[in-house]
Every structure is written in C-alpha cells, then in structure tokens.
Design a binder for this molecule. Structure first.
Ligand SMILES: NC(=O)c1ccc[n+]([C@@H]2O[C@H](COP(=O)([O-])OP(=O)(O)OC[C@H]3O[C@@H](n4cnc5c(N)ncnc54)[C@H](OP(=O)(O)O)[C@@H]3O)[C@@H](O)[C@H]2O)c1
Length: 407
C-alpha cells in the first residue's frame, strides 16, 4: 500500500474544521484522484500543536488560520522547506503575495489559493489555467457575499442599511465585526489578487481604490429600479491604454450585464478578453464546507497538477483618475428652472445626461439622473458646483453606473 499524503493543517475553525471532515469523509475519492490515501498529520490552533513538529511530519501545508503575521511566517517556512502550500487567506496574498510567490518559485514548490477569491467559485483556475494565454481586458466581480446579500435585501424589501446589516448578522452572512466586508477592503484584497493574475502585474491592497456600501440609501435603490438598474458592490480590474485600474465601488448595472441577476450571498466573476468574449462564473462565495471544497481541489492539483507561475512580468502602472458613468441624486427646491441650472453645469463640464427622473413636490422634490461616461475628476468638480446652488436642499449623492451590457 502507498504511503499516505501527510497534510499539516494550520487552523481548525470554520474552514479548517470542515476541511478536516472532508478529508476523512471523501477518503476513497481523494485516494483515487491522487493515487494514495491522505491523512491529517497535525493540527495547529492557538491552543494545540507545534508548527515545527507539524512541518516536519507533513508533505503539504494547508494554511487556514487567517491573519497576516504568523500565517506569513509559517507559509514562508513551509515553502523554504520545499513543502507545497495551500491557503485561503486573501489578506495574506494581497499584502505579501509578491514575497510568497517568489519564495514558492525559488523553492520550486506550488502555492495554491483557489479559496482565497470567491471561495468555491473556481475563478483562480479559470484566470490562471483555463485561459492562461488570453489577453484579458477586464475582470469584474461580486466578490463579497455579505454586501451582495445586504444590497439585494435592501432592493427587495426597501429596508434601511442598518436593519438589513442586523439581519445579515443574525443569519450568519455577516461577521460580528463586518467592517472589512462593508467598507470594501475584503473585496479589494480579492481584486488585487485577480488583477495580478489577469494582467501579470504586481498589485497590492494599498494600490486598490475602494469604497463601501455604508452610505447607500433605500431610495437610491427604488429610483434605480425605475431606471432599470440594480446595485452591486463591484470589483473592477481593467486594462487601459496607459496601465491598469483596480477598484471596488458600489455601482448600478443595467439588466443586460451578466452580474446584474446575482442576488443574495452569492459571488460571481466576469472575465473579458477578445479571445473568449465574456465568461461569467458564479456560486457561493463563503461557508466552511464550500471553502473547504475549494481547498480540497487545490490539494489534489498540488499532487497531480502542473505547477503554475504567478509571474508579474508586465509591471503596468496602476492608474487612479479614470472615466465612469454616474447616477446623480439631488434633493432640490420644488421651483421652476432647477433642472435647467443643473443641466447647464453638467453640459459646461462636458458631461451628457442619459436619463432623468423627476419626482415629488414641495420638500420632497428629487431630481435623479444618469450621466454618460466622463472623467471622474470632471464629474466631482461639476457636483461640487451643483452643491453650491441655492436650490439644493442637501449635498448631491452619486453612485457609479456600468453602462456595459452583453445581451
Ligand atoms: N469562513 C469562510 O467562509 C471563508 C471563506 C473564504 C476564505 N476564508 C479564509 O479562510 C481562513 C480561515 O477562516 P475561518 O473562517 O475558518 O477562520 P476561523 O473560524 O476564525 O478559524 C481560524 C483558526 O485558525 C486558528 N488560529 C488563528 N490564529 C492563529 C495563530 N496565530 N496560531 C495558531 N492558530 C491560529 C484558530 O485557532 P483557535 O481555534 O484556537 O481559535 C482557528 O482554529 C481565513 O484566511 C479566511 O479569510 C474563509
């Protein structure tokens, strides 16, 4: 009988515990995939296990601890010892990816991380293996299930952000401390990883501009419905003539966009390139069992698959002032000429209006419009000017709009 594959498991929480059960429960399927049995040779938590002993007794290390300090040290030690590593840790890769990929290459061992982006949705495999040689132009993703659940619920029920966040926490879709999810940081880490792979350019978390969903109002969602739009927290990594942009922001999509129907805690990623047109994949973006299933897929690839390179040979600049289309929400005095004043400021700034909805009377008068793509700096300047109009009753609110539609 062949010697078992010995797995050193760092972390035994939501994902680590589920992975442990999966290895035990799927033993014969794993054996038939890799040609030998697999066993957990040691477990490290804050209260049990010794890392050096586990490393010495393992053929492969699975890092499911989270955090960026101890996890980085352990992953580097494992790679230096010539042991392949599998991790689900997006923050680790978004902050220390270059160092870790270099260490893996130097040691000639694999570092796999499918579960770090969109959990069980196999987006890393698609970008890095299925479409290795395509010339990606754009990668867009709903890569945070918590915020997608909150925005879907707000749109479907008309409830406020804080009420829906409380419901998400009750249902286990949001952590007790949801900060990194709702402010966009979690999605930004995942987009840094995807941008690196798609554009072969080193991108770290601090180069990703991100905004969260904390200030989205229920009426933005109801006006959006009238304009045929749905609201998502989107990560967008795009190839432009002079470099790339990597951003995360709440934005409206038209119904013809493939990410528009993705509701609830699901994740989805759309990749675009001339050779493939557009491919979208979706599925659960979190959950112990689902994430552990992606880790198990990596384990099998580590043993039976080819090593991939994560080279960042392009080194393109990461740009910040780009063009976007916007939804603009104005609370205005209910008097003649307001629309004309606003339209003049926009037109003087070279910004053209795509659609307008005018609602309400007296103290509840609203002017809601979508403007065509324009430089973000020009739009911000125009809205600063609009904010100074006497007819404005509160500061303008705006949200980006993706005009692209595929059907
Ligand atoms: N949960 C998900 O749905 C999901 C989805 C995708 C990716 N991920 C990623 O998967 C990783 C694990 O997430 P999780 O939800 O399973 O976390 P978790 O439930 O908090 O579990 C973390 C585990 O790591 C151990 N640990 C933490 N710091 C340690 C340290 N310094 N030394 C030794 N052990 C330590 C903990 O020990 P104790 O048991 O002693 O506390 C615990 O067993 C994270 O990188 C996360 O971003 C999670």
């Amino acid at each position: 009988m062949s010697e078992p594959l010995r797995i050193g498991l760092l972390g035994h929480g939501t994902v680590g515990g589920a992975f442990d059960e999966l290895v035990a429960g799927r033993g014969s399927a794993i054996e038939s995939a890799i040609g030998r049995p697999a066993e957990i040779s040691g477990v490290l938590t804050t209260s049990i296990g010794d890392f050096d002993e586990i490393l010495a007794a393992s053929d492969v290390i699975v890092e499911l601890m989270g955090g960026t300090d101890t996890a980085r040290d352990h992953v580097l030690s494992a790679l230096a010892a010539g042991k392949p590593v599998i991790t689900a840790n997006k923050m680790l890769l978004a902050q220390h990816g270059a160092e870790l990929f270099e260490a893996a290459e130097r040691a000639g061992v694999q570092l796999r991380f499918e579960a770090a982006v969109a959990a069980v949705v196999p987006v890393i495999r698609v970008v890095q293996e299925s479409f290795t040689a395509v010339d990606f132009t754009k990668v867009s993703g709903i890569v945070n299930g918590t915020t997608n659940f909150i925005l879907s619920e707000m749109a479907n029920t008309g409830a406020s952000y804080s009420d829906v966040l409380a419901k998400a926490q009750e249902l286990g879709y949001a952590e007790a401390d949801p900060t990194d999810d709702v402010n966009g940081a979690d999605a930004a880490a995942k987009m840094a990883i995807l941008a690196r792979l798609a554009f072969h350019t080193p991108v770290t978390l601090d180069q990703v501009d991100f905004e969260g969903i904390e200030s989205v109002q229920p009426d933005d969602l109801s006006y959006a419905k009238e304009l045929g739009l749905s609201l998502k927290l989107l990560g967008v990594a795009e190839r432009l003539p002079d470099g790339i942009t990597v951003r995360v922001f709440p934005c409206f999509l038209y119904s013809g966009h493939p990410l528009s129907p993705i509701e609830g805690p699901f994740n989805a990623v759309t990749v675009e390139a001339p050779e493939i047109t557009e491919v979208t994949i979706s599925g659960p973006g979190a959950g112990g069992l689902q994430t552990a299933a992606a880790v198990l897929g990596d384990l099998i690839s580590v043993v039976s698959g080819e090593a991939q390179t994560h080279s960042a040979h392009n080194d393109l600049p990461v740009l910040s002032d780009v063009s976007s289309s916007f939804y603009l929400h104005l609370e205005v005095a209910d008097e003649p000429g307001v629309l004309a004043e606003v339209a003049k400021i926009l037109s003087d700034s070279g910004i053209s209006v795509k659609s307008v909805v005018q609602r309400g009377i007296d103290d509840d008068a609203r002017l809601v419009m979508v403007v065509h793509q324009c430089p973000e700096s020009a739009f911000k300047k125009a809205t600063d000017e609009i904010a100074r109009l006497e007819s404005l009753r509160s500061p303008p609110r705006f949200i980006r709009v993706i005009e692209e539609q595929f059907v």
